[in-house]
Design a protein around this ligand. Structure first.
Ligand code: ZN
Length: 406
């Protein structure tokens, strides 16, 4: 029995001068369309009108492309412009699902990108290290690895003055038989991830070093004359540090999510809202965070993005291995004794230590959290396998495949 595997392959592009100018224009046009649509939706909301759907926005886009004032939009390929509207739809959906903040206007130089969604218009010539994209023609790229599967879409993006493309493909693969049993996960500040078997992964400390470099770079920028050459150089330096932080975080998250997904068939995780997690990082009134300063600012945003991205990676990597991510509601996982079941806030005297006031059981508090998550996950998993509809919030990566191996 095969399964579909989606994978992204990223390459650096080698555009000529004309193509570079075109790509800058296309990214600008997509940003313009996104921002204009967002402004429109905001205005409609303020006037008490309903948000326009994707079809309605596409109609408007056609008008803009024909309007004399914004006729330059017609120079950009139409599909990527429509994709910008799709992105806005998704940003709204993420906001309503509490996965993200309210959509913000895009600024120039911030994640400049555009996406070609139609594989029929894309030609990939791997033998000659080139790709054909509408209105750009044949583009050379640094061919560092073989692209496997059928091309579904291509995203072009700019970062630190270089252009990249990410080719999303789809292919049939044999489902591997998942190894290992079930495990529970607790995510936190002091320990990024703790497993119910006691394994844990510390947060990536190199962020501290980057944070220092970033602070220095910002200070240097503030001393430069705005828009001078040196100011631009200082600004580019800040972007490079941000890119380095992003790379370090991606490596870190990929290593952990790969290890966990390869060694476990079922992974149980608390269904926390990412936003709530950042709140708990600052500590509550009764238990203020020990290290509030370190958890604020850059660190906090890194943790926030890290948690969200980590769960996303776990989900799809488990699916590749025919595993299963089970999300459980966060109820008393930090206050329940795994030995006797006694629930009390007093069981957790400090952030690190769990000591049951009823039976005396002692263990690291994060491990206890992970054990309780695993228990809750077991209960939920049993329901799903026996055909009882799962409660809201439970997520199945691939029911058909997982059932065969459960
Ligand atoms: Zn107990």
């Amino acid at each position: 029995m095969g399964m579909r595997r989606l994978q992204a392959f990223k390459f650096e592009l080698r555009p000529d001068g004309y193509q570079q100018r075109q790509m800058r224009c296309f990214a600008g046009a997509c940003r313009f369309v996104y921002n204009r649509a967002l402004a429109l939706q905001k205005a409609r909301y303020e006037q008490g009108e309903k948000r326009l759907g994707y079809a309605g926005l596409c109609k408007l886009l056609t008008e803009w492309r024909h309007n004399q004032e914004t006729a330059w939009l017609a120079d950009a390929p139409v599909h990527p412009l429509q994709q910008a509207l799709k992105d806005l739809e998704r940003a709204y959906a993420n906001f309503f699902a509490k996965r993200a903040d309210f959509p913000r206007f895009k600024k120039k130089g911030q994640s400049d990108s555009f996406r070609y969604p139609d594989p029929k218009q894309i030609k990939l010539d791997q033998g000659n290290s080139r790709i054909f994209l509408p209105k750009l023609g044949w583009l050379r790229y640094r061919n560092s690895r073989e692209v496997l599967g059928e091309v579904r879409n291509v995203t072009v993006s700019q970062s630190c003055g270089k252009w990249f493309m990410s080719i999303q493909t789809e292919r049939e693969v044999e489902p591997p038989i998942p190894k290992g049993g079930a495990v529970g996960i607790d995510m936190g500040i002091a320990r990024f991830v703790t497993l119910s078997d006691g394994t844990f992964y510390a947060p990536l400390n190199s962020f501290k070093r980057h944070e220092k470099a970033l602070r220095k770079a910002h200070q240097a920028l503030s001393r430069k004359v705005k828009f001078s050459n040196n100011w631009r150089k200082a600004k580019a330096r800040i972007q490079r540090i941000h890119a380095r932080i992003g790379n370090a975080r991606r490596d870190f998250l990929h290593k952990i999510s790969t290890t966990i997904s390869q060694n476990h068939a079922v992974v149980c995780i608390e269904d926390l809202q990412v936003r709530n997690m950042s709140k708990s990082a600052a500590g509550s009134a009764e238990a203020p965070g020990k290290n509030v300063r370190a958890k604020s600012g850059l660190n906090k945003s890194i943790l926030d993005q890290g948690w969200f991205e980590f769960r996303r990676q776990l989900d799809y990597k488990l699916a590749w291995n025919s595993g299963w991510l089970v999300k459980v509601p966060p109820q008393n996982t930090s206050r329940t004794c795994p030995a006797c079941g006694h629930v009390s806030a007093d069981n957790r005297k400090t952030q690190e230590r769990f000591a049951c006031i009823e039976c005396g059981f002692e263990e690291n508090a994060d491990v206890v959290g992970a054990i309780n998550v695993l228990r809750a996950g077991h209960a939920r998993f049993a329901c799903e396998v026996s055909g009882i509809p799962p409660a809201a919030g439970t997520h199945r990566s691939d029911l058909g495949v997982a059932l065969c191996h459960a």
